[in-house]
Design a protein around this ligand. Sequence first.
Ligand SMILES: Nc1ncnc2c1ncn2[C@@H]1O[C@H](COP(=O)(O)OP(=O)(O)OP(=O)(O)O)[C@@H](O)[C@H]1O
Ligand SMILES: [Mg+2]
Length: 350
Amino acid sequence: MIRFEVFDEDYIPERILFREKQMERIAGNLTPILYNSRPINMLCLGTVATGKTTVVKYITSQIDTLTVYVNCQLNKSKQQVFLKIFERLYNFTPPRGVSFQKVLMKTLKKIVEDNKILLLILDDLNFMGDENVKDIINTILKAHEEVDGFKAGIIGIANDVGYASRLSDLSLFHPDEIFFPPYDRGEIEVIIRDRIRLAFGFGAISDEALNKIVDETFKYSDLRYGINLLKLSALRSYKNGRDKIELDDVIDSIEDSMTSFFRKALKALSNEEIDVLKAIYTSDVEKTSDLYSLIDTKIRNMSYTKFYEILRKLESLRFIDTISKFERGLQRIVVRRFEADLILKAISEM
Ligand SMILES: Nc1ncnc2c1ncn2[C@@H]1O[C@H](COP(=O)(O)OP(=O)(O)OP(=O)(O)O)[C@@H](O)[C@H]1O
Ligand SMILES: [Mg+2]
């Protein structure tokens, strides 16, 4: 019996390794809840697949309070976020035509009546517009002025390590910033091994196959991709009637695993973001300034600010890296992280 579900995206592993410090710090910040007092607000920051969502979900599931998890990539407006909280409280959607103000007040009052503290988790924050994020946070932090006794805490999660500066003009929000560093090769190996143990028990993979998965994961520094590669490799060996993953299974699964990984990441992009990504992967232009002129003149009109925002997003989704170089003055250079063929294929299949 192979437990394939341990490879699923939302599976919370039995052991979350190498994140003790972050877990202790989050738990510490939440302690006031036990004494019916507001927790410390937090921002969990780290690049893709560093365990932020997993850790926050795990810790908050252990605390008895009104926890509402919102993914800001899917719920992009203030209205959508508060509707989620409303639905959690009342177990129904408010009738059509009802005003936002009414939904908000009913939500806040019910939380106070129930004598609860709201713990709002805003995941993938950097995919929501900054103005919306600020509006939501301000509404929560000022709500006690409208409804006496209202208490809440916010855990924001973003995969842009410098995200806090985007909220620096929020005078009421001073979150504790908790960083999730990328895993090194040794840590990746232990995590992958642990996942194999959970799925199959011991000995279900050859050393060469394991090494290959760890190398691939480390090369792209993305554990999510690594776990998916492990899943596809396990499936392949299973289909061939074997109970051990061999090197061939891994090599054979790399391309599919990569394409499915791109497809998912591409869904997070708007049309203009895709255009920039395509331009990067089809032209030989490296300097960001040249890339900007290429896009603005040949592909679509775009402000410089918008262009930089898009580069930042593509970087935080790990499609590209940007580096600085001195070449007749300081230059920003865009570096592709993947083979062009694979990316362009995934775009064409969208
Ligand atoms: N320390 C860990 N121990 C075991 N598994 C882990 C650990 N960290 C991450 N994972 C696994 O890696 C995958 C990605 O983790 P997670 O979704 O928590 O990352 P994230 O930091 O929220 O990434 P993103 O910014 O892309 O949302 C999940 O499958 C998770 O189970
Ligand atoms: Mg996440």
